[in-house]
Design a protein around this ligand. Structure first.
Ligand SMILES: [Zn+2]
Length: 339
């Protein structure tokens, strides 16, 4: 099969389209013909060496495709089924799996990081990780798991956002951000979108953001406060990390929920402990998503209530360009690779 893979970590040019052995599904696994695969920031980190992967390696966690064949004893799917891959790999047996928290599994890994992923014509995955596509377009589906599934985990499963909430979303035009804006609006919340340039302002307004604040403005906190009658946002959706944490806490209303979903800036930050307890702030870590989170966003996408925005659709041989676009931060919504 053809695959875009790298033999050692490096820049985007490390990704080369080449022939790779066809994967063979083992017991309990299914072989999928990839119809579309989403590109995520975690892919860029793995390719650049921040996350260790086997070598040579094929990236790609957001996979929609069709089952080609199944391994011995696989009962969950039949060849021909159109499926979306749940990207979290688990042992299914540890205490967290038994508690229904697979994303906290002691043996957790991700498709496309721990194992070869979807930057290829074919990929094998455990059949228990497959969700039927139903009437969902493969391209729309491939934009869902990592971005919309994680946004759902944060805003619904963790923060229980609803009408009456004001949600501040950092990086609102990107893959995760544009998902968060849409999910928060769907839940009836008011959304303040933080973006870094004018082009992105129009994009997030088109997604339904109620107010847009330039994330580079020196009076960012005051602007957020003035948009909330001085109270601040009841929920902050922060996937930037150390650089934005102090500002995020400053933007929170009393009793507010701070969702932290990853970092593209530093991993360390100073927090005013007094503010956290005196204002009863809640810090909520959000890591990945459950299969149930993904089912929810699949249903809403099928119904036209969520609309993943495909910024660029590129062939496998352009995986290098796809990574360059992600690194340039110009991306709005999602980039897909289609074999
Ligand atoms: Zn487990």
């Amino acid at each position: 099969m053809k695959a875009a893979r790298y033999h050692s970590p490096g820049g985007p040019e490390a990704l080369k389209l080449e022939g790779a052995p066809d994967p063979e599904p083992g017991p309990g696994e299914a072989l999928i013909r990839v119809l579309a695969c989403g590109v995520n920031r975690i892919d860029v980190w793995a390719r650049s060496g921040r996350y260790k992967t086997p070598l040579p390696h094929i990236l790609g966690a957001d996979i929609a495709g069709e089952v080609v064949s199944i391994g011995l004893g696989t009962k969950e799917v039949e060849p021909g089924a159109r499926v979306l891959v749940y990207p979290v790999l688990t042992d299914g047996t540890c205490v967290y799996c038994r508690l229904g928290k697979p994303n906290l599994c002691l043996a957790r890994g991700f498709v496309g990081i721990a194992t070869d992923g979807g930057y290829a014509e074919l990929v094998k995955v455990p059949a228990t990780n497959l969700l039927p596509l139903g009437d969902l377009e493969p391209k729309a589906a491939a934009a869902l798991p990592v971005n919309f599934g994680t946004a759902w985990n944060g805003l619904v499963t963790k923060a229980n956002v609803g009408e009456g909430d004001t949600v501040l979303v950092w990086g609102a035009a990107g893959g995760l951000g544009h998902a968060a804006v849409q999910v928060a609006k769907h839940l009836g919340a008011r959304v303040i979108a933080a973006v870094g340039d004018e082009k992105k302002r129009q994009f997030v307004e088109s997604l339904g953001a109620d107010a847009v604040v330039d994330s580079r403005s020196h009076d960012f906190v005051e602007r957020v406060r003035s948009l909330t009658d001085g109270f601040g946002a009841s929920v902050v959706f922060d996937h930037v990390g150390g650089d934005t944490w102090p500002t995020s806490f400053d933007c929170l209303a009393r009793g507010g929920r701070m969702l932290t979903l990853g970092l593209t800036s530093g991993a360390k930050s100073e927090v005013d402990v007094r503010k956290v307890y005196q204002e009863e702030l809640k810090l909520m870590g959000v890591y990945g998503q459950s299969k149930e989170d993904i089912r929810s966003v699949m249903e809403l996408t099928s119904a036209g209530r969520l609309k993943p925005f495909i910024y660029r659709e590129l062939p496998l041989r352009a995986a290098k360009e796809a990574h360059e676009i992600v690194e340039s931060r110009e991306v709005q919504g999602k980039i897909l690779l289609t074999p």
